[in-house]
Structure formats: C-alpha cells, structure tokens
Design a protein around this ligand. Structure first.
Ligand SMILES: [Zn+2]
Ligand SMILES: [Zn+2]
Length: 350
C-alpha cells in the first residue's frame, strides 16, 4: 500500500510503500476511497498546538511518533476482515470512526473512547487515511452512511461529530432561550444546521466576516452579530433578552472565549471547541458570582456518531461544498488549506 506520511514535523509528506497489512483478530482492513483534509491536520503536521504566551503543546511529548500517516476522515470499502471480526462483510462501504481509545480503560468501557488517556486515534496517533488502506481495530468503529454522498459522509467523522458533540453539552434549554455559536466556519456552520435536532433554543451566530454572517443567516441563524464590533456584548444581551443561556466557541481564541463568557446569563454554559490557540486570564470570583459553567468538548463518542448519521439521513442538514483532489496532491492540499484558499472541505482520493 502507498501512504503519504509525515516523516519530519512540518516538512512535506513523503509517499512511502508498505506491504498491505493482513487484519488479525477483530481488525478490519478498509480500502480508502476518500479522506477529508481537516484544519487540525495542519496542527498535527506542524507537531503541536499554540497554548499562548509562547508555549506550545508538542505532540511528541504526548507520545506521537513519526513517521505518521495523517487523515482522520476516511471512508472506504471493507477489503478484508480478521478471523474474529464479526458483523461486517467484505465489500461494505463505511465511514471509519477515528476517535478510538485503548478499548481497555474505564473511559473506553463507558463508550467515551474520545476521552481515553491513551488514545489510538486514527490519523492522529496511529496511521490514518492519507493512504490507499487503513487498518481499523474493531468492526464497531465502522459506521454505515447509506443514503449520504460518500465524500460528504467523510467530513462527518470530524467536523460533523465535533459540532454535534458540542451541541449535546449545551444542557436543557427551551424555545425562549438563546444559544450563541461563535465562528461560522466549517464546524460552526455544521453546528448551526444540526442545532434544531438537538435544542429548541433560538440560535444566534457571531462572526467577524460579513460573508460568513450572511451564510449563517441563510443557514437558519435567528440573527447574527459582528464580534469585532465593540457593542457586540450589549447587542447580544439585547437579542437574547438578558443573556445567552449557552454558547459554543468554535474558534478558541482568547477574544472569542472572553466574548462567550461575557454574554452568558447567570448559570449559563460556555462550551469550548476551537483550537485556534492562545491564553487569557479569568478572575476566579467570576465563577461563583455568575455561576457559569465552562467546559471543553473534544470530537464526540461513537454513540453520538450514530445519532449524527441518523439526523443527517433524516435530511435537514445542507451539504457543505466539497473539493476533490488526488491523494498524490496531499502536500498542495495542505498548503492551500494553510493559506485559506479552500472553500468548504477538501477530500483526497487515492
Ligand atoms: Zn479534524
Ligand atoms: Zn481507553
């Protein structure tokens, strides 16, 4: 098999050939038909995340070793199954759910593979979909996408599940409540489209880009706000009749995190999803004074992935624009994404 691998952090991916693995035990070998290129691939490629104040979280310090084949949004055809792999047949087309844990710890036993302390995430910790084949440890991580276009289905393994997993953390809300989504990029727009399937609350969207605000209004946002406007907090308090019940920060910069906290009503919840990077200071007494909850959300569970696909299959989630590229152009694809030259989602085809 041919894989495009990170052999040195930040250096161009190298095409490398290997013997195609034979699945053992419960493993399943999937022939990759397409794999989405995610913004977080840029972080993985560079070897770390910005923590602010000149600090970086290095993947190497977390046990990620090179060479690594990136690609955590693969879809493909089951090509071979291990002797203990049940419930799956050669020839079936599936999404590979990549957020796989050690399958031995308490988090994994609860079904929270995405929160496992020793993750085996496909394309982030173990070899992924920038390849013509990917090895999956167990058939339960293969998700049916029948009725959904293949390349679109690929993107639900990361941007879709990330938006859905965050929405599930908003808490109990009713139709008089307002939810604020900060950032109307790919994941934020997915969140906006999925929101009605998760919460009855009115959905407001903040983005600094007028084109993204227009796209958000078209996709069903109740109203939008320019968060670069100094009156943004006041405007959002008015729009929400006294404060936002729950907000999701899809950007993850100090400015957007601050906005999320500033607009919450007492007892509100801020969910942080974006990984843009940076740091900010919060006065500790603000937590008891406002009784706010701030929580993070990282992708989602396998159970949420199945729920998400049921929502997608029922309709009502508009497809995001997809651009196809050959896998051999993976390096150019990453550079284009890095320079903001991609509208919607890039998908690589081996
Ligand atoms: Zn991703
Ligand atoms: Zn585990």
């Amino acid at each position: 098999m041919l894989s495009y691998q990170v052999v040195e952090w930040g250096a161009p991916l190298e095409p490398r050939s290997f013997a195609t693995p034979e699945p053992a035990g419960t493993e399943v070998l999937v022939r990759v038909e397409a794999c989405g290129v995610c913004h977080s691939d840029l972080h993985i490629w560079s070897g770390g995340f910005d923590l602010g104040g000149g600090n970086r979280a290095l993947l190497e310090a977390r046990g990620v070793r090179l060479p690594l084949t990136m690609g955590h949004e693969p879809v493909g055809v089951v090509e071979a199954v291990g002797p203990e792999a049940e419930g799956v047949a050669v020839g079936e087309r599936r999404i590979v759910f990549p957020w796989i844990g050690c399958r031995r710890c308490a988090a994994c036993a609860r079904g929270d593979d995405n929160l496992c302390a020793t993750p085996q995430f496909i394309g982030a910790r173990v070899d992924g979909g920038y390849s013509d084949h990917v090895l999956v440890p167990h058939p339960k991580y293969l998700v049916d996408y029948s009725g959904v276009p293949r390349d679109l289905a690929a993107t639900y393994a990361c941007s879709g599940i990330t938006a859905y997993g965050a929405l599930k953390k908003l808490g109990e809300l009713d139709a008089a409540d307002s939810v604020l989504l900060i950032g109307a990029g790919g994941v934020g727009l997915n969140g906006l489209q999925l929101a009605p399937s998760v919460t009855p609350a009115r959905v407001l969207v903040a983005d600094v880009d007028p084109a993204k605000r227009a796209a958000a209004r078209q996709a069903g946002a109740h109203d939008t706000v320019d968060n670069a406007d100094p009156r943004a907090v006041t405007t959002l308090r008015e729009m929400s009749h006294g404060g936002i019940a729950a907000a999701i920060d899809f950007v993850g910069r100090p400015e957007t995190f601050q906005l999320g906290m500033d607009v919450l009503r007492k007892g509100g919840t801020l969910v942080v999803v974006g990984l843009y990077g940076g740091a900010c200071t919060v006065p500790v007494p603000m937590f008891p004074f406002t009784a706010m909850s701030v929580r993070g959300s990282y992708v989602g569970t396998l159970a949420e992935m199945h729920e998400l696909m049921a929502v997608v299959r029922a309709g009502g989630v508009a497809p995001i624009p997809i651009e196809r590229r050959p896998l051999a152009e993976a390096n150019q694809a990453l550079r284009d994404l890095q320079q903001g030259r991609v509208l919607g989602r890039l998908v690589l085809e081996p």
